[in-house]
Design a protein around this ligand. Structure first.
Ligand code: CU1
Length: 152
């Protein structure tokens, strides 16, 4: 049964009044105790922090670093453009070359491609595909030192 006309209008009016109260008093209108408000704030911070942000940094290969067999480390991870890839490796043993798709697939960097060999090199991801290989002979082709990353 639908109630009498008075109760039909009662709810929208109450709702309007509560909206007006929210506009006027903010969260106070929801009667949140200061402690509850703290939890709401913490929850919001957690939600915002859990999403990889622009400043997110990835250590390529995690504890192993940039080394033989690193290919596949990127699987299952979500990357965004401007995320930073950190390549840690033993200088003199490996290096890093940022390459295009063809160079990646053939493991043949162009002579003009810049080779990084400090042992600790950082690269910002561009939107789309990013390719990196080790330029030491055989490491890309035979030892899986190549990664391709799609950044959102
Ligand atoms: Cu290498």
């Amino acid at each position: 049964m639908v109630g009498n006309p008075q109760s039909m209008f009662e709810y929208p009016l109450k709702r309007l009044a509560s909206l007006r109260a929210v506009a006027k008093h903010g969260l106070d209108a929801y009667c949140l105790a200061p402690q509850q408000r703290l939890w709401v704030a913490l929850l919001l911070i957690l939600l915002l922090k859990s999403k990889p942000t622009e400043s997110h940094r990835y250590i390529v290969g995690d504890n192993e670093g940039w080394t033989y067999g690193v290919s596949g480390w990127q699987n299952g991870k979500v990357f965004y453009h401007n995320n930073v890839l950190v390549f840690n490796y033993e200088a003199g043993i490996h290096n890093v070359v940022r390459v295009n798709r063809q160079e990646y697939e053939t493991c043949q960097p162009k002579p003009s491609s810049k080779t990084y060999n400090s042992g600790h090199d950082e690269f910002k991801l561009k939107r789309g595909m990013n390719y990196f290989i080790c330029g030491v002979h055989g490491h890309c082709q035979l030892a899986g030192m190549k990664i391709s990353i799609n950044a959102h």
